[in-house]
Design a protein around this ligand. Structure first.
Ligand code: SAH
Ligand code: ZN
Ligand code: ZN
Ligand code: ZN
Ligand code: ZN
Length: 476
């Protein structure tokens, strides 16, 4: 097996793009997390790129070893698949149905092992662990609050639980829009809130779609489907059936369907966008009589706006600041420098989204949308320009509004921090292969593809170099 670590560990260190080609989902080799993604790696100064398949879900290679050179896969895909299936390491877990069938006094949960056990004689092997017994079915309703510890490894699950404030905000927006069916992708907290409301006759229905298999112990099989949002792969056939039924129920009842997703921030924008397009297709193929459009609410950092809008042009960013319970840095601060960088990208019309005035958001008449308190309208740009929530100021030389603290630098011909080193801060803009600033890598005349046949059909690619830098800055 080739040494894969050096190849892909550092998305930011070298240039890596993801390639999608028609029907890639059927042709790519499989790892335990579904079809693998085709990556292309560029090395500075070298004209030939290297192409390989790797796991879509785990950027930490300890968690999934799946790796294969594209050429090896093309030569013999059966061998590749056999080899990869071996790395399956899923734990055995009790399902919600199995737990429900047991008497509450026999239900035990071990916080250390993050697992349920059904036993009449206690939990001898967990004697030193923190455990819980006598668990009622109602106790199971809010797993992210009472049972699960967040898996915070940023390269895999990157679990941060949404604050009560932001969860209620999302639920209220959906309610106002008359949404009855909500797909919660990587959104356990919202799913829980909808399910709790459901018990009290709330009309909304939701389906949790998440890669975390711990949820099979908490949700009946029609409320949770184990799913990988980077390649729209269902881990079980029953999960896929539930999803199809959920989507078709929404169309049959002419109900509004929404998808709300909160991907790991290190996630690949284009992969997520591909999955959203796929869901859109499922939705529209289902609705014979043209029902309402699929609503999208995608939580992601504001500095990814250009990338997101590039992938899905009908999305726009709201000023609403999304915050989390267990994020060391962004907890509770909804204004100022320490505020969370997470925003909502949506295709819901601006005029239909009212941001909470008691938190300082105000309506800008000129822009016809709600904006953050410090986001001041600029008459020259004719917009409320702030992205990060702070007050931007207009620079006449740049002819646009810039972040506070910047000064116009005549050598760089743009606004920069006062202590910047001239002309170094944006040299990465140039081509990654030849270093010229006149074009980007994908247009480099020196670029030779290792596999020209398939390259001709490829539709979309991702650039990670600049993204990775931004994430580093925010230590997300
Ligand atoms: N804000 C959310 C949590 C966001 S954290 C909340 O309110 O709880 C990211 C979530 O995405 C986690 O639940 C994590 O398990 C899930 N996740 C991570 N990688 C995933 C993948 N490839 N496919 C689907 N879900 C994933
Ligand atoms: Zn404005
Ligand atoms: Zn301006
Ligand atoms: Zn300037
Ligand atoms: Zn300068």
């Amino acid at each position: 097996m080739p040494k894969r670590k050096a190849e892909i560990d550092n998305y930011g260190g070298t240039g890596i793009e993801v390639r999608f080609y028609p029907n890639w989902f059927q042709h790519a080799p499989q790892c335990p997390h579904g079809p693998m993604l085709l990556f292309e790696k560029f090395v500075k100064g070298k004209q030939v790129s290297k192409r390989f398949y790797a796991c879509s879900a785990n950027r930490d290679r300890k968690d999934c070893q799946a790796f294969i050179w594209e050429n090896d896969h093309l030569a013999d895909d059966k061998v590749a698949n056999q080899h990869l299936k071996k790395s399956q390491t899923d734990e055995i877990r009790l399902t919600f149905e199995e737990i429900e069938a047991a008497a509450p006094e026999n239900r035990h949960y071990c916080y250390e092992c993050q697992k349920f056990f059904i036993t009449k004689s206690g939990m001898k092997s967990h004697i030193k662990h923190r455990t819980m017994k006598n668990i009622t079915t109602n106790d199971l309703l809010q797993p992210s609050r009472y049972f699960l510890s967040a898996k915070q490894n940023d390269k895999v699950h990157a679990q941060y639980f949404l604050s009560q404030r932001s969860t209620s905000f999302l639920q209220q927006q959906l309610e106002k829009l008359g949404t009855m069916h909500v797909l919660c992708i990587g959104m356990p907290r919202l799913h829980e809130m909808i399910q709790v409301a459901n018990l009290k006759n709330g009309p909304m229905k939701s389906l949790l779609m998440d890669i975390d298999d711990r949820y099979i112990s908490f949700w009946p099989s029609d409320k949770f489907a184990r799913f990988n949002m980077f390649n729209h792969y269902f881990f079980t056939q029953s999960g896929e059936k539930i999803f199809n039924k959920f989507v078709s129920d929404a169309s049959q009842n002419q109900n509004q369907l929404a998808v709300v997703l909160d991907p790991p921030f290190g996630g690949l924008v284009d992969c997520i966008a591909e999955s959203l397009k796929w869901i859109k297709e499922q939705h529209s193929s289902n609705s014979k009589h043209q029902t309402s459009k699929l609503l999208i609410l995608w939580l992601f950092p504001y500095f990814m706006e250009p990338r997101i809008v590039d992938s899905l042009p009908d999305l726009h960013m709201l000023d609403y600041c999304v915050d989390y319970d267990n994020h060391k840095k962004f907890k509770n601060a909804t204004s100022g420098r320490k505020m969370s960088p997470v925003r909502i990208f949506t295709n819901v019309q601006n005029s239909l989204v009212e941001l909470p005035q008691d938190e300082g958001y105000r309506f800008c008449k000129e822009c016809q949308r709600y904006v953050a308190q410090q986001n001041k309208h600029c008459s020259k740009c004719n917009t409320c320009p702030s992205k990060d929530g702070r007050t931007y100021f207009h620079c006449n030389e740049c002819q646009k509004c810039v972040k506070p603290g910047r000064q116009h630098c005549s050598r760089c011909k743009r606004c920069e921090l006062p202590d910047h080193k001239c002309a170094t801060s944006h040299k990465t803009i140039g081509c990654h292969i030849c270093g010229q600033v006149t074009h980007k890598r994908r247009d480099c005349p020196l670029q030779k593809k290792t596999n020209t046949d398939s390259a001709a059909n490829e539709t979309k690619s991702s650039l990670y170099i600049n993204d990775a830098k931004k994430f580093q800055k925010f230590k997300l």
